[in-house]
Design a protein around this ligand. Structure first.
Ligand code: FAD
Ligand code: NAP
Length: 548
């Protein structure tokens, strides 16, 4: 039975656990399940009133996964996979949320989740080798391990526009969408941003609103989803071959069954290139990324893919001046997160949709009645902030995390995040970060990346128990070498060229560091496994001395 989310609990007597997990999305739920299996006592603290993480919060119209449902789901339980039926190629937010609730019920997870409880502070006690975790409800708990399952894209960000609080209409952030939904009928709606969230929501908002003004600072590359009902034969085939498909995804670079062509784009004659791109465009989704081997490492090769998509945009959007504004030109394709859409570009053919170039005519102010750019004033009933997240580090920075000698994580990361494998941080023993910066995380099908991290952490804790180890900590040398490696690999690609959230460019003042690991999930998994097999190379293990 889950705990009542609405009942204020006040200050509870302090209690001791083996592990505290922060967050009840895909990461936290599976982590709790694995720890239970090891016989450890664990509790999740979750700020939301239900499970689901991303899929609890992001309820904007059109929200759905862009990794195919069959792949964007847990693989750890064959029974779970056999009993759950996805209805669409890309599941909608409500369906994914139903799935995660089903998982939580099926594995009886909710009884160990404290909902509507935000972790505010986590402090390491060097003498006891334990973490003291505090919440906004005044709870205080001691745990040997603290596992951050706080999400890479969970700290929603609304830019500090002048006059933001003066607007008299309604405002929404896509990542904090009202549970009861929003009816935009008859309204003039401003949408700020053109990332994945806007690209999914704008076509839906435009079908309802009287007029939509889309404020675009940077045009994005988007490819068609070709979503639709999942054909029974596709599901049948998946269930028959699931073990093989899952194994392939786990060892693939992006954690996806991408059908990667190993040929470089520039070795293919122009007609062959064109038909290869056409074929991937017809397939839809991330298939485009696998068209040729060198798209993300060779600018000239990348240009061929980028120009293909630009030609498609010109072909879809009827007004050439609008099409021209929608063409992404100042960064290589896929170096900002590739978007997957259903009718995004065609939406600009509607009479009730206006695209505003917020690069040449920047937003200057939000006013009581709407929004003013350097060129015009727009009267609006509602404003949708599709302005993204303080990605990868935001949710961690929002918690006061203090390691050895009281050093704050924020202070340690003031020049950018530093981790060993994206799993642990020197100076912060017994603290794990699921999909932390320095791991493949957001550059992979995240469910595969999450399962790999959770399994590694669970196996690590089992090892520590077996060997009577009280604390584990990344060594300085291992962390330095890993950070250097993450940067080195990133610099062999085109990714650092883009002003993306991967490098923190969307948050004013955030240090410019390429945060995820682009070496590929398969390669990364192998490294993590080798490190564990070698007795946790690069980690300092201390046996029980003063521990509880
Ligand atoms: P989250 O789902 O973000 O969960 C983290 C949880 O931690 C949240 O519920 C949050 O409330 C809680 N939390 C954070 N801080 C605290 C605190 N201090 N105290 C208490 N609780 C806290 N990835 C893909 O691979 N494919 C996709 O198609 C895809 N689609 C996406 C669509 C959207 C709209 C977004 C925003 C992201 C998408 N992602 C996708 C990335 C997605 O975030 C991951 O796939 C996955 O859901 C992350 O799970 P998680 O459990 O690690 O984090
Ligand atoms: P995002 O990709 O960061 O996009 C934010 C948008 O807001 C950008 O267009 C950005 O412009 C704009 N913006 C930010 N600050 C602005 C300002 N001050 N003035 C004008 N414009 C501003 O955020 P998101 O769309 O929420 O997506 C975040 C990530 O979540 C995605 O990349 C993806 O990983 C995941 N996601 C996935 C899906 C899916 O399809 N399954 C859906 C949604 C989200 P600039 O580009 O110029 O900064």
């Amino acid at each position: 039975m889950s705990e009542s989310p609405s009942k204020p609990r006040g200050v509870e007597p302090s209690s001791a656990l083996d592990a505290v997990i922060v967050g009840a999305g895909f990461s936290g739920l599976y982590m709790l399940h694995r720890l239970r299996g090891l016989g450890l006592s664990a509790r999740i603290y979750e700020a939301g009133s239900g499970v689901g993480g991303t899929w609890f919060w992001n309820r904007y119209p059109g929200a759905r996964c862009d990794v195919e449902s069959l792949e964007y789901s847990y693989s750890f339980s064959e029974e779970l996979e056999r009993e759950w039926q996805w209805t669409e190629r890309y599941a909608s937010q409500p369906e994914i949320l139903r799935y995660l609730n089903h998982v939580a019920e099926r594995f009886d997870l909710k009884r160990d989740i404290r909902f509507e409880t935000r972790v505010t502070c986590a402090i390491f006690d060097e003498t006891a080798s334990r973490w003291t975790v505090q919440t906004d409800r005044g709870e205080r708990v001691s745990a040997q391990f603290c596992i951050m399952a706080t999400g890479c894209l969970s700290a929603a960000k609304i830019p500090d526009f002048k006059g933001r609080d003066t607007f008299q209409g309604k405002t929404y952030h896509t990542g904090h969408w009202p549970h009861e939904g929003v009816d935009f009928s008859g309204q003039r709606v401003g949408v700020i941003g053109t990332g994945s969230s806007a690209i999914q929501s704008v076509p839906n908002i435009a079908r309802q609103a009287s007029h939509v003004f889309v404020f675009q600072r940077t045009p994005n590359f988007s490819v068609p989803a070709h979503n639709g009902p999942l054909a029974p034969e596709v599901t049948r085939d998946w269930k028959m071959h699931r073990a093989e498909y899952r194994q392939r995804a786990r060892t693939a670079a992006f954690g996806l069954l991408l059908d990667q062509n190993e040929k470089p784009a520039l070795e293919a004659p122009p007609e062959e290139r064109q038909s290869a791109y056409e074929e991937r465009w017809r397939r839809g989704g991330f298939a485009m990324l696998g068209t040729f081997a060198d798209i993300i490492v060779n600018k000239e090769a990348n240009d061929t893919a980028a120009e293909f998509v630009r030609t498609k945009i010109r072909g879809i959007v009827r007004d050439p001046s609008v099409a021209e504004k929608l063409l992404p030109r100042d960064y290589p394709i896929a170096t900002k997160r590739l978007c997957v859409d259903t009718g995004y570009y065609a939406t600009f053919n509607r009479d009730n949709v206006t695209l505003i170039d917020a690069r040449t005519t920047p937003i200057q102010e939000i006013t009581p009645t709407g929004l003013r750019t350097s060129e015009a004033e727009y009267t609006l009933d509602s404003i949708v902030f599709a302005t993204g997240f303080d990605a990868m580090t935001g949710a961690l920075s929002n918690i006061d995390i203090r390691g050895r000698a009281g050093v704050a994580l924020k202070q340690k990361w003031s020049e950018g995040p530093r981790t060993y494998l994206g799993l642990m941080i020197t100076g912060f023993p017994n603290l794990f970060t699921i999909t932390g910066p320095g791991s493949p995380s957001v550059l992979a099908n995240m469910v595969m990346a999450i399962e790999q991290h959770v399994d590694w952490i669970a196996d690590c804790l089992a090892y520590l128990r077996q060997h009577d180890v009280a604390s584990i900590e990344a060594t300085v040398d291992a962390e330095n070498a890993w950070v250097a490696h993450v940067n080195e690999v990133a610099n062999t690609t085109l990714f650092p060229l883009a002003n993306s959230w991967y490098v923190g460019a969307n948050i004013p003042g955030k240090p410019r560091v390429f945060m995820p690991y682009i070496g590929g999930l398969g390669v990364y998994r192998q490294k993590c496994d080798e490190i564990a097999a070698n007795g946790y190379e690069g980690f300092a293990l201390h046996s029980c001395a003063v521990a509880s």
